[in-house]
Design a protein around this ligand. Structure first.
Ligand SMILES: Nc1ncnc2c1ncn2[C@@H]1O[C@H](COP(=O)(O)OP(=O)(O)OP(=O)(O)O)[C@@H](O)[C@H]1O
Length: 300
């Protein structure tokens, strides 16, 4: 388990983390989203033991991470800045990590490496930035570290590679209880990857949920009526968060599970009523409004 309790981190006058708290259970794929400068990378660096918190604690398995050599084997940080030995090739970096990580898998290295158009015997400093990012991801996934920290490592990846990598991560979680944190600016990048999502704003988590629970909390419903129902009565029965009326057609986002909402609507004799899939973004917009945040101000 990764636990951050009241973490404050300053860079000169900039408060990058402001009483940041979270608990990330083992075996989760946790998506951390937030706008530029919200503190995502700083948090990952604190978990990786790169920085010492100014206040508060960051712990893994109840032990502090900073200057704790036991964490070296457990945590792999795929940073958004790349650190490779000068003149090294990906094969040489893999040999280095194979010595550092007891679970390093050459089989995994060949499998993941083979998904990307990267020559493992070419010098990494001749790679494009995107290729260097892919190299870090290949090495991270091959380390089979218990805690894998991925700083924007999935952003902009080809959808086919994404799907394959998603399976690998899900397999690591199921097989050996690995824990993964993935940061992104974009909720859509994380929607299909994670089971938990936290939203950062100004150095703190403002919103954190398990995705299944989040999606079950709302539903989107489309229904047609002739005549339209008494909206005051309908609002009395359903917690309608968004409503759009076009002629006899109602589009609504309602709090609650879709079966129960459709059952209530059937009492109003609709011409038809159906539930529609809700994107994670729609869920976020509504959940955040409920706690007094404007999603667009926080994310953009
Ligand atoms: N090494 C540093 N020196 C000075 N300021 C820093 C340093 N690292 C981060 N900061 C500042 O701390 C704040 C949080 O930065 P951080 O990189 O953690 O945000 P982020 O959410 O990862 O942003 P991005 O999505 O743009 O990568 C920003 O105001 C940033 O300028």
């Amino acid at each position: 388990m990764i636990k951050a309790a009241n973490v404050v981190k300053f860079f000169d006058d900039t408060r990058a983390l402001d009483h940041f708290c979270t608990t990330i259970e083992d075996g989760s794929i946790y998506g951390l989203i937030g706008s530029n400068g919200s503190g995502k990378s700083t948090f990952l660096r604190l978990i990786a033991g790169v920085y010492r918190p100014d206040e508060g604690q960051v712990e893994i398995e109840d032990a502090p991470v900073f200057e704790n050599p036991l964490m070296k084997d457990k945590v792999f940080f795929v940073s958004d800045e790349f650190y490779y030995f000068p003149q090294s090739t990906m094969d040489e970096m893999a040999a280095f990590y194979a010595k550092m990580y007891s679970g390093f898998s050459w089989e995994r290295y060949r499998k993941v490496g083979g998904m990307f158009p990267i020559d493992p015997s070419r010098k990494i400093n001749t790679f494009s930035k995107g290729m260097q990012r892919q190299t870090a991801l290949i090495l991270g996934l091959s380390s089979q570290a218990q805690y894998l920290l991925l700083d924007e490592a999935f952003d902009g990846l080809d959808p086919i590679i994404r799907t394959a990598l998603r399976k690998i991560l899900a397999d690591d979680v199921a097989r050996r209880g690995a824990t993964v944190i993935i940061t992104s600016h974009n909720l859509r990048e994380l929607e299909d990857m994670c089971d938990h999502v936290g939203l950062m704003h100004k150095g703190a988590i403002v919103f954190e949920r398990e995705l299944d629970e989040l999606k079950l909390g709302f539903c989107k419903v489309q229904a047609a009526f002739k005549p339209l129902p008494d909206m005051d009565r309908l609002r009395g029965e359903l917690e309608i968060l968004q409503l759009e009326t076009r002629g006899s057609l109602l589009n609504m986002v309602v709090r609650g599970e879709s079966g129960r909402v459709l059952e209530k609507l059937s009492a109003y004799d609709p011409l038809f009523a159906e539930s529609l899939p809700l994107t994670l973004e729609e869920v976020f917009i509504n959940e955040m409004e409920a706690i007094g945040y404007d999603y667009n101000n926080v994310i953009f």
